[in-house]
Ligand binder design. Structure first.
Ligand code: ADP
Length: 183
């Protein structure tokens, strides 16, 4: 029997608009092109299904991450590479996922709030700054930045490809995915 791929959980955390989903999709494409088993879990899509009943209070945000954490645990311990992109503003919630997952890799998707706000992908910063949206992370709700992430990507200074490369290199050097053989 061929050797099984080790499971892992790449956990992308950062402000809204920092680039989590963009990097997650590019990373998923890269890893799938290498024939690896990958499952991507994204904040927006998970909230449309698995956690439709939850809002954005601290309690609900914690429940949201707790359920995702359960899914990531099941997948990563069975040899799947999980790519999870969630604002996940609370350190303790992220620490719990770390504890449950196999080969947990925290990636801090770092961009200054001014940059995220100027991108304003979903028009939410404008609403939050206008006071029309309460409890918006980074504006009027906390974001607890990671203290010791395995990887930090600076999306105001790097291209998407460079950020993806950093993550892929980490996976290769930690023997979580095979090194690509030179052509
Ligand atoms: P998040 O998932 O963190 O809310 P998104 O990925 O939805 O963020 O949005 C990030 C936006 O920033 C996208 O429109 C993306 O094209 C843009 N962007 C610009 N430069 C970068 C970069 N270097 N890395 C990631 N996203 C970038």
């Amino acid at each position: 029997m061929s050797e099984r791929q080790p499971g892992f959980t790449i956990w992308l955390t950062g402000l809204s608009g920092a680039g989590k989903t963009t990097i997650a999709i590019a990373l998923e494409n890269e890893l799938k092109s290498r024939d690896l088993y990958i499952e991507r879990l994204d904040g927006d899509t998970v909230r449309e299904g698995l956690t439709r009943d939850l809002g954005f209070s601290k309690e609900d945000r914690d429940k949201n991450i707790e359920r995702v954490s359960f899914v990531a645990k099941l997948l990563s311990r069975n040899g799947v590479g999980v790519i999870a992109s969630f604002i996940s503003p609370y350190r303790e919630a992220r620490a719990n996922v770390r504890q449950q997952s196999t080969n947990f890799i925290e990636v801090y998707v770092n961009a200054p709030i001014e940059v995220c706000a100027s991108r304003d992908v979903k028009g939410l910063y404008a609403k939050a700054f206008a006071g029309e949206l309460k409890g918006f992370t980074g504006v009027n709700d906390p974001y607890e930045a990671p203290e010791n992430p395995e990887i930090t990507v600076y999306t105001d200074q790097e291209t998407v490809a460079e950020s993806v490369e950093k993550i892929v290199t980490y996976l290769e050097t930690h023997a979580l995915i095979p090194q690509l053989q030179p052509a």
